[in-house]
Design a protein around this ligand. Structure first.
Ligand SMILES: Nc1ncnc2c1ncn2[C@@H]1O[C@H](COP(=O)(O)OP(=O)(O)O)[C@@H](O)[C@H]1O
Ligand SMILES: Cc1ncsc1CCOP(=O)(O)O
Ligand SMILES: [Mg+2]
Length: 267
């Protein structure tokens, strides 16, 4: 697994897949920059008139419910339906699930189109599974391990790979858990790093569509390691953003393998 994760990073740089994002106003620019830095090619698009073409030409679609409104919700349904129809990978970020009825009903409808991967923090994943998760806005009030039962339920019932992010990122797929212990707590003081994690999953899954579990693990490892290294130069959240973007771009094999903390648990 260690060697294959770095190979995935190199493969992403080489393949430079086009990644379609319907994401929120808060993170749109940072997300596009993070995708570029890692080697992917982003396009942000939500107009009804072009959404199906976008899904068709891209390697993967990322749907992030961060700043919903009625028009965008329709865009999301159209995109997810098209991806399912074409058998293209698509990734769901249920930002703030549990915080409002609008978010809950939108996510419930989106789940019917069978996302390839779902990535959220522990409170969001627990809220999705109706496990009593209380979401404090977009931030988690739970540890990632607390959401494992909910993630397993989703994996078994929808087939989606489920990634719970946090101090430990937990990737749940059939009969397996991958735990990634990279990252730094300062990353919770920069908005949009969870959204970037999801967008990177979209990029890796577009680059290697036949292995969504490894693609997800590679994305989370890359973000966590880049964040951990970036924190060493950062004076606070402002410069962390800048150094993180640089590290997504220039991370080396040596750095990746020195920092990587990955554990695999087979059920
Ligand atoms: N307490 C923490 N310690 C170390 N790294 C963290 C911690 N919380 C989050 N991270 C890092 O930030 C990334 C984004 O996760 P998270 O904060 O859970 O997303 P969100 O912004 O959606 O709530 C994680 O994948 C991890 O690398
Ligand atoms: C603050 C905020 N409000 C709506 S979307 C958003 C960004 C959330 O980003 P992340 O979940 O990656 O921290
Ligand atoms: Mg989030």
């Amino acid at each position: 697994m260690r060697e294959s994760l770095w190979k995935s990073v190199l493969q992403l740089r080489q393949n430079s897949p086009l990644v379609h994002n319907i994401t929120n106003y808060v993170v749109m620019n940072n997300t596009a920059n993070a995708l570029l830095a890692a080697g992917a090619s982003p396009i942000m698009a939500h107009a009804h008139a072009e959404i199906e073409e976008m899904v068709s030409i891209c390697g993967a679609t990322v749907i992030n419910i961060g700043t919903l409104d009625e028009y965008w919700i329709e865009s999301m349904y159209k995109a997810a339906a098209k991806a399912q129809q074409l058998g293209k990978p698509w990734v769901l970020d249920p930002v703030g699930a549990g915080a409002s009825n609008l978010r809950n009903t939108t996510v419930a409808q989106l789940l019917k189109y069978k996302p390839t991967v779902i990535r959220g923090n522990a409170s969001e994943i627990m809220a999705l599974a109706n496990a009593g998760g209380q979401t404090k806005g977009v931030d988690s009030t739970h540890q990632s391990v607390e959401a494992v039962a909910s993630a397993k339920w989703f994996n078994e019932n929808t087939g989606a790979v489920v990634c719970i992010s946090g101090a430990t990122d937990v990737i749940v797929s059939a009969n397996q858990k991958i735990l990634i212990d990279n990252g730094d707590v300062m990353m919770t003081k920069v908005t949009g790093l969870g959204c970037i994690a999801t967008a990177l999953i979209g990029a890796f899954v577009a680059s290697e569509p036949d292995n969504a579990t490894e693609a997800t693990a590679a994305a989370m490892a890359l973000l966590g390691i880049a964040g951990e290294i970036a924190v060493q130069k950062a004076e606070g959240p402002g410069s962390l953003q800048m150094h993180l973007l640089d590290k997504l771009y220039n991370i080396t094999e040596d750095e990746f393998n020195t920092y990587l903390k990955v554990t695999i648990e087979n059920d």
